[in-house]
Write a protein that binds this ligand. Sequence first.
Ligand SMILES: Cc1cc2nc3c(=O)[nH]c(=O)nc-3n(C[C@H](O)[C@H](O)[C@H](O)COP(=O)(O)OP(=O)(O)OC[C@H]3O[C@@H](n4cnc5c(N)ncnc54)[C@H](O)[C@@H]3O)c2cc1C
Length: 376
Amino acid sequence: MSEKKEVVIIGGGIFGVNLIAKFCNAFSSTTANMHITLIEARDDFVYSPLNVRNCIEDVSDVFIKPYDRLFLKKPKLGRVICGLAVGVDQERKIVSLQNGAEVKYDILVLATGTSFEDPNNLPRSNHSDVLGYFAEKRELIEKSYNILLIGGGATGAELAAEIADRYRSKKKVTLIHSRELPLTEVYSETLRQKVLTYLLQSRVTVHLKARGTDNKNGTVTMVKAGRGKEKPTTEVLKADLVFHAMARRPATDGFPESWKDDRGHVRVKDTLQLVDDDSIFAIGDLNDVKEVKTAGKLHYSLPVVYNNILSLVNDKKPSKVYTPPAESITLTMGKYRATGQVALPLIGPVIMPSWLLTSLQGKHINAERAVGSVGY
Ligand SMILES: Cc1cc2nc3c(=O)[nH]c(=O)nc-3n(C[C@H](O)[C@H](O)[C@H](O)COP(=O)(O)OP(=O)(O)OC[C@H]3O[C@@H](n4cnc5c(N)ncnc54)[C@H](O)[C@@H]3O)c2cc1C
């Protein structure tokens, strides 16, 4: 057997930890021709689909878990380094960390995900900072009456429904969205209508074909498209609290510009290797594959990257290719309702009933199952 290859994974989010779990299930330190190092900026794994709920009620202990059990059963197979990766030297094959440390790799996997706006802009920092971030959001929401969300994509719609569901008529929740219906055209009109109906039933005020600008003085200026040939109207809305739910950018700041497209996504081939460096893979939210970035894509991309890494480890050419699946989504519309579409071959998108989705998701949007990937 040739010398063990050092596989370094930057980012212990949903994609990073599931990749590691797959290696841990398949190999022991004696059968694996590799050693794995996870570099992660936070003390804990955070299952982000539960972020929104945690801004309303404290469920931190359900979905925020330390990495201490990740290699518990296979301690010689890998290790976790807590630190922020700030650079990659391709020639020396080294990842540098903010604290000055350097980590050598043979194969590198980038899995640093996305940076969101509040209330999903969690610090890449220690346990108490992350818990403090959510506590602050809960306090802000609790003390605000007029809550205004700019952006009616999946996270905006879910947050609006979650707040409205929890506080009922005690708060005025307003959602401003630029399109004719919530979400984007990627999803079926039936689903988008359904999301709108749920929002309205929860007494969320929804402004469609509108754009909001936060004046940072307790007001938002909304410009709304007119009907037909009517001129756009401008209105100033009161807002004790404003969330921007539309801006998301890949968390790729520390990586060379030559790797990225104009929006900051890391450019990959269909093998999920970098366009000009076969020893580096990019998986999850940060790569430039044309698809809606969701955790659900894991089931399709993980087998590809797993097999291709094994090929490289065994000095073979990676041959598995990734083809994005048709778009499916589940939206949690408050604690007791959900909607979503599943793309079925030949049939197309099928809307799933709320009772089925809520029972499949369990009490905490599948978090109990998700933290299993870090051994909890
Ligand atoms: C509110 C919300 C709800 C969602 N709901 C759903 C849903 O219902 N279903 C679904 O399928 N998807 C959902 N998603 C999307 C899903 O969470 C993402 O697609 C998924 O988390 C992407 O996984 P990832 O591993 O690429 O990135 P992430 O899970 O974001 O993980 C990236 C990790 O990298 C670390 N990191 C970043 N930069 C560095 C660095 N420089 N050095 C070291 N570590 C670093 C971060 O700390 C983080 O742990 C939701 C997202 C949000 C925000």
